[in-house]
Design a protein around this ligand. Sequence first.
Ligand SMILES: [Zn+2]
Ligand SMILES: [Zn+2]
Length: 123
Amino acid sequence: MNKDQNTKEADNAMMTEHCPDCHCAKDQFHRPGCDLERCAYCGLQYLCCDHAEQVPDDDRMRFNGSFPDQEACEELGLFAKLVPGQGWVACNRDEPGAFPDLNTLYATCQWNRQEKRWQRRRG
Ligand SMILES: [Zn+2]
Ligand SMILES: [Zn+2]
C-alpha cells in the first residue's frame, strides 16, 4: 500500500559505503586509476575520457555512495535486460535481470557540467 516507501528502500539498496572498485569511503576522492570515478566535465569514465588527470581536485567528483549515471537511469526509468537472441531490450526496473541502460542514457542525455548530473538532451 505504501509504494513510495518501497521505492525508497530499493534506492537505498543501490547505495554503498565504499566504492566497489577503489574502496574509498563516502565523501572521499576515488583513488587514482579507479574504474568508477566519473569525470566532472563530461560525465564519462574519468580514466578513459579526454580530461583524465586534467581536472583539478576542486572540480573532481567525490564518491557520494552512488553513481551519477546509475542515478540518472533510475530517475529517467532507463533499464534494459539481456534477452537471448535479441540482445539488450528496454524493460522496467522491477524486472528480473534489469540493469541501468547506460547506452540509452549516453545516447539521449547530456552531461550538465554545472550541476554534475545527466539531463535529457533538449530539442
Ligand atoms: Zn572508486
Ligand atoms: Zn571528461
